[in-house]
Design a binder for this molecule. Structure first.
Ligand SMILES: Cc1cc2nc3c(=O)[nH]c(=O)nc-3n(C[C@H](O)[C@H](O)[C@H](O)COP(=O)(O)OP(=O)(O)OC[C@H]3O[C@@H](n4cnc5c(N)ncnc54)[C@H](O)[C@@H]3O)c2cc1C
Ligand SMILES: NC(=O)c1ccc[n+]([C@@H]2O[C@H](COP(=O)([O-])OP(=O)(O)OC[C@H]3O[C@@H](n4cnc5c(N)ncnc54)[C@H](OP(=O)(O)O)[C@@H]3O)[C@@H](O)[C@H]2O)c1
Length: 464
């Protein structure tokens, strides 16, 4: 049916419409498909087909979480959409059994996600969402999307919305505006690699996992292509991200609940200072880079490589056949100019508030910094009867676990249970060997109580 403005529309009211198809909304689609209720859902993706961070699908790059953090297993290990069932159905179960590695190749995780997409009937591609409105008379949302090839418009009426648009590459303003073949974000690396290999000099900026993987890839190809390779970062050093077992317990429902309960001002101090929990370099990647440099330098050989930390790239100026990077070492407060023919920016990702929510601006509750107010169960706090489920847009309220693939099932369990109005998936509790809140510790430790009577319970000693 077409309305007066030529938009495809019908009277069907979905239970939920997902905006964006990344791992989180795809997990929601898979988990909804497994419930006994007949849930009417649609998931809309602007790209023509599913690819997971395609520009970074490098050979040898692996997931940073065990394969058990697939779309469904941590909520329902018996689901047909599990990674293990993907291996069974694609006849790779024995090969994986002898692979004996929990961190699977990112290329295979992508293949798994595409396999799930092909089995579901709720994903719709080439649909870019442009507005989300609330229809007061009908008491539901209207999500409008256009077809990215034909421009055709579609209206989806729905009780609830699942916002799953992820993040977008972040390039500091001063570094923008140069030809995309020469100065570009790591998210475009695979598309531009051939051009990079032809350059005389290449500089990688940033020291998160993206920059490290690109640096490693270029380092391994350098001897065949003969370019100078530099790596600059503003971070304190080329430091690893946390990967110890006790440290990883910060990516659990318990820690998330603890962070949510803190005052917002405390969270605003805490979360930016926890970067090495979820940023930084995978220890394996770091070791591989080091070992390659070691082998290259045998016999006093010069690998023609530079690594320099504590250095912000403040500006990029075009020269005749290269770019001048205006650099500042913030600790020694020294500035210098560095020239490079190609610059690859591993400067991270950002999560701006999407413009398509503008029509709901007055209904949304905003915090003092104009960010979403969020409920404990990851919904946008708003004055409407329909829910907007937040996938990966609530780092400021729920902390470091929000972008982590390992907590996707936990969050989606809450969403599915709310949509179907019963506990279709269990909500995990008691998943850690440590406690994060005083209440929890007091509850678990028989020798501890809340009441100190105003005095310390024991006299501190040197060992305390
Ligand atoms: C290279 C890379 C590797 C990572 N590896 C890991 C890892 O191993 N482990 C881990 O825990 N985390 C990892 N992360 C972090 C995080 O888990 C991923 O970014 C993950 O993809 C986030 O999933 P998502 O569903 O939020 O969004 P995304 O995967 O970003 O997907 C969002 C989708 O929404 C679509 N979209 C956006 N706007 C619209 C619109 N208006 N209409 C329709 N569609 C729209 C986009 O096209 C996109 O396909 C990685 C991040 C990167 C960049
Ligand atoms: N294999 C994988 O699974 C994989 C691969 C890639 C990414 N990821 C994940 O994706 C997320 C994003 O990672 P990312 O590496 O893209 O980004 P990131 O972790 O946010 O790192 C950005 C880096 O760029 C630096 N930087 C920013 N602006 C700069 C400037 N002007 N000059 C110099 N340095 C600058 C930052 O320094 P500061 O520290 O000073 O901010 C930081 O070192 C992370 O959670 C990561 O774990 C995972």
């Amino acid at each position: 049916m077409t309305d007066a403005r030529g938009r495809a529309s019908d009277d069907r009211v979905y239970d939920v419409v997902g905006i964006g198809i990344g791992p989180f909304n795809l997990g929601l689609a898979a988990m909804l498909d497994n419930v006994t209720e007949d849930v009417d859902a649609a998931f809309l993706e602007r790209d023509a087909a599913f690819q997971w961070h395609e520009g970074m699908l490098l050979d040898g790059a692996t997931l940073e979480v065990p394969f058990l953090a697939d779309l469904v297993t941590l909520a329902d290990p018996t689901s047909e959409y599990s990674y293990l069932n993907y291996l069974r159905e694609t006849d790779r179960l024995y090969e994986f059994y002898f692979y004996e590695t929990f961190q699977v190749p990112r290329r295979e995780y992508n293949a798994y996600l595409r396999w799930v997409v092909d089995r579901l009937n709720t994903p719709q591609f080439s649909r870019e969402v442009t507005t989300v409105c609330w229809d007061d008379d009908a008491n539901h949302y209207v999500v409008t999307a256009h077809h990215t090839d034909t421009g055709a418009q579609f209206d989806y009426r729905t009780e609830h919305v699942a916002l799953g648009i992820g993040s977008r590459p972040q390039i500091p303003k001063a570094l923008q505006g140069h030809p995309e073949d020469d100065v570009f974000h790591t998210a475009r690396y695979r598309y531009n690699r051939e051009r990079v290999l032809d350059a005389d000099s290449v500089t990688v900026v940033g020291s998160g996992q993206s920059a490290a993987e690109v640096f490693q890839d270029l380092l391994s190809r350098q001897t065949d292509h003969d370019y100078r390779l530099d790596w600059l970062t503003r971070s304190d050093g080329f430091f690893p991200m946390e990967y110890s077992k006790l440290g990883l317990q910060h990516f659990t429902p318990e820690y998330e609940r603890y962070v949510y309960g803190l005052p917002q001002a405390v969270k605003d101090d805490l979360i930016p200072n926890q970067e090495l929990l979820y940023k930084g370099i995978d220890p394996g990647t770091s070791a591989e880079i080091y070992d390659l440099l070691y082998r290259r330098s045998i016999g006093d050989a010069d690998p023609d490589v530079g690594l320099f930390a504590m250095t912000e790239v403040r500006d990029i100026v075009a020269l005749n056949d290269a770019y001048a990077l205006d650099c500042h070492q913030w600790q020694s407060e020294e500035s210098f100019v560095h020239e490079s023919e190609v610059v690859i920016l591993g400067t991270g990702y950002e999560r701006p508030i999407p413009g398509f929510l503008d029509p709901l601006e007055d209904a949304i509750n905003w915090d003092q910094k104009d960010r979403f107010e969020v409920t404990a169960d990851h919904r946008l706090d708003l004055d409407l009867s329909g829910d907007i489920f937040l996938q990966n847009a609530e780092l400021h309220t729920h902390g470091v676990g929000v972008p982590d693939l390992g907590l996707g099932c936990y969050r989606n369990s809450k969403f599915v249970n709310r949509i179907v109005g019963r506990t279709a998936y269990p909500e995990d509790r008691d998943t850690v060997f440590q406690d994060f809140s005083v209440d929890q510790f007091v509850k678990h430790a028989p020798n501890t109580s809340h009441d100190t009577g105003g005095e310390p319970t024991s006299t501190p000693t040197q060992d305390d």
